[in-house]
Design a protein around this ligand. Sequence first.
Ligand code: ATP
Ligand code: 9VF
Ligand code: MG
Length: 446
Amino acid sequence: MEKKPLDTLISKNGLWVSRNGYLHSIRGCETSQKYIRIEMDCGEVIIVRNSKSSRSARLLRNHKFKKACKKCRLSEDRINEFSKRITRKDDAEVRIIRSFRLDKEKPAIKSLSADQGTPEKKSEHVPVMKDTENTPPVHADKIAKKQKEQGQKIKQKKGPENSKTSGGTPQSQKKLKKVEFTPVQKTRILSLLGPSEMISFSKEKRSFAELESTLVTKRKKDIREMYENSRENLLGKLERHITEFFVDMGFLEVRSPILIPFEYMERMGVGEDKKLSEQIFRVGENMCLRPMLAPGLYNHLRKFDNLLPDPIRIFEIGPCYRMESEGNNHLEEFTMLNFCQMGSRCTRNELEFIIGEFLDFLGIEYEIIADSCMVYGDTIDVMHKNMELSSAVVGPIPMDMDWGINKPWIGAGFGLERLLKAKHDFKNIKRASRSESYYNGISINL
Ligand code: ATP
Ligand code: 9VF
Ligand code: MG
């Protein structure tokens, strides 16, 4: 027979068996796509996965419990009926006497963290996400606890050096005192550090829970201060600053489409036969998300030629997409600035002058090196430490013909998130990116 999901079992009995075996009476419950929020008559609230095969579902199905919860004031009849293991055919009977609604402002499902002071009790059943970037503290705590237990088990198995009979020399006592962090805990702690904070796990004396709680408190303060004082998003603000800079320098602001024909990429020399094309996000049969701004700028240069005074100066700032394997400097969704000039004065000197003025304006140190790429051939790369901030090119190049361009040009493409990473000394570019895990480089998984 097909197993019934938890919500059906609950509505059948109006009863709940907790992990410690207590039988509760349900006051009300709410079901989302994946979870059920249950409030007991005793006031306890839990959030559980609406699963057919969970331990809770099994207990309810088998009518197993240790004791009835006194505070729920279950009648003898209800307890007896549940113990009798009677499964009626007419499952439709619903014993939930009062149903309730959550406050409108409250999300239906909320993971609880210890310092929020909510009346809801922490439960073993709160949703656990695997993505460590998105793991709320309560979960990391649980994973840590589990790992600690597992670690202890392994240690116990290992034998004499950890056993009580080993004598307890001062050195072994020292070993026991040392705080060891699991990889999951380290990731969690690193994500909670402020951009300028550092940690040495080997020297750390605080336990994971203490350290996590201290950092969470600090980050909450940071976010509240941002809300109080600036309220500007770093990426948005940088885009506005850069726009102002280039408009003042006489460049026209352009906004070309993000969704472009794949044929543009073929014309840029990145056809399906090229390795680079594997990095492109295809959309439908003929379209793709732009991995660069050049096609849109080429089209604008062609349309503005003989219309605007010489030299033509234009720039665009906007999202670009590339499939990338993980790294501290690569995002799959990033923001590119590409400025270019076409006509007279298109020299390497002019290009380096604009780059210099721009990075001085942003207060970012850089050096210039020679490089090459498959699209443009020789490039002038702008580096900050070992990170490429930009590739710049002195045209013309043969590809110009395919875009209807026949004048000299200079141009450069900069990644805004890399500029932010350099400026704020972020360890990972994710802190600077479009994100649901960080706000202005500060973790918001608090
Ligand atoms: P890299 O060699 O570092 O992958 P690239 O040479 O492929 O970069 P370009 O095509 O020259 O990058 O793009 C111009 C600029 O756009 C880069 O210098 C960089 O600042 C930024 N950029 C490119 N790809 C990414 C990415 N995946 N994530 C963030 N920024 C990027
Ligand atoms: C250099 C960056 C070909 C005259 C329209 C402008 C440039 C910048 C390269 C970017 C790219 N090119 N990653 O071209 O300014 O296009 O690959 Si235009
Ligand atoms: Mg490059």
